[in-house]
Design a binder for this molecule. Structure first.
Ligand code: PMP
Length: 281
């Protein structure tokens, strides 16, 4: 299996990162996760544009890289590893330097790593829906940056796992923000509600696709925050991400959503999402 590290494709066993990497010491870096469907990259431009935005927001210099160059790397890694369905994880840290909080010398090069995974789409869950729990959103106030600092997300997801749930839906003082690794939507009376794409959530690439699809289907897509009570009483609930796509949530904590079955609007969105994959990968 090949990985990509510091501008080279090497065997996984040869991939080594320094003890003094700032990603290791501080979580000082950013990442993306891009889906491969039928051997083709999906929404790769959008992902790499977001990577460059994250870099800019944390003052990480990516001037040696370009969106097109990174798409080529992504395609080559997928091809070398024969990934037909799966994904590519890409991470960039601020580089290797003695452990000191201030940014290292400007000549320090970012450390770029990527690996691939092969797996099928989560067909069973997409059809039947999953359970979610709710947890406090204890994260910092720049959740719009796809940063390596994922401790808040990790603790939330672990709590979901301990409770046999697929996702933890986070809230700040009752206001639903997003999932530990997904965006969250509540559907009520034929309208889709989701938290506005501000500093409190990651502006998901899947969220953007869902927004576009909803507009094409003429389903109102309302970017307004809602609370836990609204979530619990929604007709349908969805979480979305690059890996789980348009995932129905049929139970939140101990309570069924609607009649506990995957709803009609969710099914419409899933169908359009399938078509979108067909025509965009
Ligand atoms: N929010 C968080 C916190 C996430 O980790 C993810 C998945 N990376 C998302 C939302 C969904 O983003 P995307 O659709 O771009 O995968």
């Amino acid at each position: 299996t090949y990985i990509f590290i510091n501008d080279e494709f090497v065997d996984e066993s040869k991939g080594q990162v320094s003890f003094s990497d700032r990603g290791y010491n501080f979580g000082d870096g950013i990442y993306e996760y891009i889906r491969i469907y039928d051997g083709e990259v999906f929404t790769a431009h959008e992902h790499y544009e977001r990577l460059f935005r994250s870099a800019k927001e944390i003052g990480l210099n990516l001037e040696d890289y370009s969106v097109e160059g990174l798409i080529d790397v992504t395609k080559e890694l997928a091809a070398k590893n024969n990934v037909v369905n799966g994904g590519i994880y890409i991470q960039v840290t601020r580089g290797v330097a003695p452990r000191n909080h201030p940014f290292p010398d400007a000549s320090t090069k970012p450390v770029f790593t990527a690996f691939s995974k092969s797996y099928d789409r989560p067909y069973e869950e997409l059809e039947n829906g999953v359970k979610a729990i709710t947890v406090d959103d204890i994260r910092w106030l720049r959740c719009d940056i796809k940063s390596l600092n994922l401790l808040g997300n990790v603790l939330a997801k672990e709590k979901a796992t301990q409770n046999d749930a697929a996702e933890a839906i986070m809230h700040r003082d009752q206001t639903v923000t997003e999932g530990s690794s997904s965006n969250v939507y509540a559907i009520k009376n034929g309208k889709i509600y989701t938290h506005p794409a501000n500093n409190l959530i990651l502006n998901g690439i899947t969220r953007r696709v869902i927004k576009k699809i909803a507009q094409d289907l003429e389903i109102p897509f309302i970017e307004e925050a809602f609370n836990l009570d609204f979530l619990n009483n929604a007709d349908e609930v969805i979480v979305s991400s690059t890996s789980v796509e348009v995932m129905p949530v049929v139970q939140v904590n101990d309570r069924k959503i609607g009649d506990g079955k995957v709803g009609q609007i969710t099914k419409q969105l899933q169908k359009s999402f399938d078509n979108y994959i067909e025509s965009n990968s």
